[in-house]
Design a protein around this ligand. Sequence first.
Ligand code: G6P
Length: 478
Amino acid sequence: MEKQKRLVVVSNRLPIVVGQQEEAWEIAPGSGGLVTALAPILKSRNGLWIGWPGCGEEAPLDELFARFSQEHNYRLHPVPLTETEVEKYYLGFSNETLWPLFHDLLGHCHFSQENWLAYDEVNRRFAEGILQVATEDDLIWVQDYQLALVGAHLRQMGVRQSLAYFLHIPFPSPDLLRRLPWKIELLRALLEYDLIGFQTLRDRRNFTNGVLAFLPGAEVLSRQRHYTLIKWKNRVIKTGHFPISIDFDQFDADARSTEVADAAWYLHEKFQDHQLILGIDRLDYTKGIPERFLAFERALQKYPALHKNLSLLQVVVPSRTLVPEYQTLKEELDGLAGRINGHFAEPGWTPIHYQFRSLDRVQLLAYYRTSEMALITPLRDGMNLVAKEYCACSVDHDGVLILSEFAGAADQLGKEALLVNPYDIEETADAIYRAFTMEPEERRRRMHRLRAQIRRNDVHRWARSFLAENKIQRAPPL
Ligand code: G6P
C-alpha cells in the first residue's frame, strides 16, 4: 500500500489561541471548524500547520509550540508578521479588497497598489516559511483568500510537487472580478495549484468563467458533475466544489450534555413568556445584521401578535475592529437596536437582546438549543457554519431555520429552511412570522431532514473528499 504523505496545512492564522493567565503563557487549540476537521488528519499523518501566530513577539513561541505538539501530536510553524504587514497585507489587501469584492460588495472595496505589493510579499514569506520545514514528499494544502499567491511563489522557488488550495469564501463573477486591477496576476497564481476547491458549484463556475474571460489561451478540457479540468500552459488543473461542514456528532452530543441542558433551562426560564429568534455572527458587513434588524422591526410593525411573544437574540462577536468599515457597522448596530427597542419595548419584554462579545461554548450551545428559530441572513457567505451548528444543536427537532439564499449553505439546506433574500425586508419579515406560527409537526419534519443532511455531509467527509481528489499526482506537462 502506498505510504500516506505527511500533510502540511497553511493558513493565515495558526489554529491556536495564545494568551497570558496572570504571569504564565498559555496555548490552546482554536475553536474553528477547520481545526476540528484537520486536527485528526494532522495527528494521524504526523502533520504540520504553518501560519501567523496572531500574537506579538513577547510570547515564548518555541516553548509553547513544543508543549502544543506534545499534547496534540502535530506541529506548528509560525510565520510572524510585522505591524506594517498586518496593516497592509491582512487588514488592507485581504480584508479591504479581496474580502468585500469576493462577497459581491464592491462599494466596500479599497484598491491600493501598496497593499497589493505587501500582500504579494507576505505570500512570498509564507512560501519561504513552508520551504523551511516541508519536504518534497509532503502534501501541501493552502487555505483561503489571504494566501492565494503562495503556490505561485513556491513554484518560483522551484517546488514541483502537487499543491492544493481551498477557498473558504465565495468566488466572484467575471463582471465583479473585472474590477480588480490585479485579476490577471491573481488568476495566473491560482492556476499554479493542482487542485483548487470551492464551497459551491456557483463559485467553481465563476472561477472557470473568470479564467476563460481573462486568460487567453486557457481551455476547459472537461466539465463533470464534481470537477472541471482546465488546461493552462501545458498543465492540467482540477477544480471542484466541496461544501465545508461541522462535526455534527460532536455538536449533537455536546448540546445534550448536562452543562448545556442546565444553561438552556436557565435561559428558558428567563424567557419563558416568549419565543427567541437567534442571530450569531462575527461583526461583519457581509452578515446582513442591519438588514436583519430592519426586517425584525418590520415584522413587529406588521404582526402585533409578535409583541411580547418574540425577542431577537443577536450575538455579535468582535472581529477586525481595526478596519474602519467594521467600526462604522458597530455604531450602526448600536443605533438601530436602541431605536427599535426604544420604540417597541414594554415592561417585561425587550424586542432585541443585543450582545457584542464572544460566547463560551456552553453558552453558545445553550443559545442554539433554546432558541425556537434562527435568523441567518448574510448578504453573501461562502458557507455559513452557524446555520449548520444551529441545526445540530436543535436536539429536540423543533427549531426553524430562516436562511439567506446567498449563503453557500442554502445549496444544501434550502429545501427545508425558509429561504429569504436578505435585501427584501418585507419577505424576511413575513418569514419571521411564518416561522413563529409554524405548526410543531412541520417544524419537526423540516428539522429532522436538515439534521440528517448535515449529519451525512459532516466536516470529516469534507476533508476526506477533498484529500481524495488530491491523490492524483501532479499532472505531467502535456
Ligand atoms: C472567515 C475567513 C477565515 C478567517 C475568519 C475569521 O471565515 O474565511 O479565513 O480566518 O473569517 O477572520 P479573521 O480575519 O479574524 O481571521
